[in-house]
Design a protein around this ligand. Structure first.
Ligand SMILES: Cc1cc2nc3c(=O)[nH]c(=O)nc-3n(C[C@H](O)[C@H](O)[C@H](O)COP(=O)(O)O)c2cc1C
Ligand code: SF4
Length: 495
């Protein structure tokens, strides 16, 4: 039974009322152990799958319309169908690199219910005829790594993983790999590069997606932790039962991590496509409103890379299509809420700074563009912005994401639907444009106020060669390190 409160041993998780597909064991403090897992129906989904043909299991997953939870929301059953026949070996790669700003749901699944994830991997491998799975866990997640390693050892010993699983002809090895702390390795082709022992940099796609050419050049399915964690419940209860939760196009449940200025931030399992942003942010069953009785100013609906939403978007359901049409995305299942005490320019700079630092550097528009965006925002915050900086920010954004950038409607201006165009190899570059365009469109006056009401008048010019690109410190508002670059600098102190 739900307690509708934080669960002390599952940091950040709130046991809210509602259907539980993937978090049902979180209230047990020993939910990560094999004994608790078996006592609560663990590995029954695998046994149910093994009693059916692989094609039948694949059909069940396809019928359930299980949408990927890693960001793009692509149906798992359809993706699995892209594996070309006769190209053995195939691989399953589990994406547990979760590092998007605001996102912390997969960590809980790996820490609290590692056997559920392992069982999900086994069901997927059986459906697809695979014998090798790689489970990639983010480098910083020490507890998740520890729990998964222990669970794998126990599952091998109990005959759930390895040769002749549950006394059948089905055999699979699952290997855990750990990252080294790079956000970009969450992108599936960068993750594959990392698994191969290379630096984690994305591959160009199209033409080849991992399902055609993936790990070690072989067809590879990459799935998110939460996606696979749905499979045990699905195989025990069936697609029809799964579709009783959520909306027709987004069935089941979905985990959302809510952070920022709400009264009760945390991870919640919600009904997919039915729960609205208002339910989640203001509902008693969820975040219980804005902290300290403040007003909502803005929120990021899908992790740091999503364009920002506002008050008028609160009644949208947590469903990809309407959120995309309104100019953003649900992305990684993370909502960052900001109240009316938030400085829009500071908040935009903070997010851009993350993407700038995490750029892998492989393509120029992202490597140079995100750095440039970050430095311009820093000098605006330092009181040394130029009147031309707002247009310059938009222009740099247009070089990374040409054409109208996805953004929410504002006044007479209509929403631009998601996704953006890109001149980059992967979507990280365009992610840095989201906070810039979102805040300039909505809070241009905050930028203008910072540019026209200067904190200080720089007293010495700094040539580009003298600048230290690593120094973007905002601590000293009268620092001249961030003096504008170039001869046209207004008020650059070119004395
Ligand atoms: C920059 C970037 C970071 C990403 N990070 C993650 C991540 O941490 N976890 C994840 O599952 N997917 C992440 N993705 C999405 C993956 O590339 C991939 O689409 C996903 O793992 C597929 O799983 P799914 O179909 O089950 O959602 C990221 C994508 C991009 C472009
Ligand atoms: S967009 Fe950025 S992170 Fe992606 S490949 Fe290019 S440089 Fe690397």
């Amino acid at each position: 039974m739900s307690s509708n409160q934080y669960v002390s041993h599952a940091a950040g998780y709130v046991d809210n009322a509602g259907p539980k597909v993937v978090t049902s064991r979180f209230t047990h403090d020993d939910s990560h152990t094999l004994s608790r897992y078996e006592d609560t129906g663990g590995y029954d989904g695998l046994k149910a799958a093994l009693a059916r043909t692989p094609a039948d299991v694949h059909s069940e997953v396809r019928d359930a319309t299980l949408l990927g939870r890693g960001g793009a929301g692509f149906p798992a059953g359809v993706k699995w169908g892209f594996l070309p026949p006769g190209k053995n070996p195939y691989y399953l790669v589990v994406n547990g690199d979760e590092s998007e700003p605001g996102t912390y749901k997969d960590r809980l699944l790996m820490e609290r219910d590692p056997h559920q994830l392992i069982e999900g991997c086994l069901i997927a491998c059986y459906a697809l005829g695979l014998a090798q799975c790689f489970l990639y866990v983010r480098g910083e997640m020490a507890l998740a790594q520890e729990r998964i390693a222990a669970a794998l050892n126990d599952a091998y010993a109990a005959g759930y993983v390895g040769r002749n699983i549950c006394n059948t002809n089905f055999s699979v090895d699952i290997t855990m790999a750990t990252g080294a702390g790079a956000y970009i390795v969450g992108e599936e082709t960068a993750l594959i590069e990392s698994l191969e022992g290379n630096r984690g940099k994305p591959r160009l796609k199209p033409p080849f997606f991992p399902a055609a050419i993936g790990l070690y050049g072989q067809p590879t399915i990459v799935n998110n932790v939460e996606t696979l964690s749905n499979l045990p419940w699905l195989l025990v209860n069936g697609a029809a039962a799964y579709k009783q939760f959520g909306s027709e196009s987004s069935p089941g449940t979905r985990m959302f991590a809510v952070s920022g200025h709400v009264a009760r931030p945390g991870v919640y399992e919600t009904e997919h496509g039915i729960t609205t942003f208002r339910d989640l942010i203001y509902g008693d069953n969820f975040c219980q409103g804005i902290r300290d009785g403040n007003e909502l100013k803005m929120f990021i609906p899908g992790g740091g890379s999503a364009p920002w939403f506002f008050e008028e978007h609160l009644d949208l359901p947590l469903e990809a299509q309407p959120v995309g049409a309104a100019g953003s995305m649900l992305g990684s299942g993370a909502i960052v809420v900001m109240d009316n005490t938030t400085d829009a320019v500071v908040a935009a700079h903070r997010v851009v700074q993350f993407f700038s630092r995490e750029s892998c550097g492989k393509c120029t528009p992202c490597r140079e563009g995100t750095t440039w965006l970050e430095r311009i925002l820093a000098r605006i915050l330092n009181g040394q912005g130029r009147p031309s900086d707002i247009e310059l920010l938009l222009d740099i954004g247009d070089n990374i994401s040409p054409g109208p950038y996805p953004v929410a409607a504002h006044g007479e201006l209509e929403a631009v639907p998601f996704p953006p165009q890109q001149t980059t190899i992967c979507p990280l570059g365009p992610s840095a444009v989201a906070p810039v365009v979102s805040t300039i469109r909505r809070f241009r006056h905050e930028y203008e106020a910072r540019i026209t009401r200067r904190h200080s008048i720089p007293v010495s010019a700094t040539s580009p060669a003298d600048m230290n690109p690593a120094d973007t410190s905002l601590a000293d508002p009268i620092s001249s390190d961030m003096a504008p670059v170039g001869a046209d600098a207004v008020g650059a102190g070119a004395t």
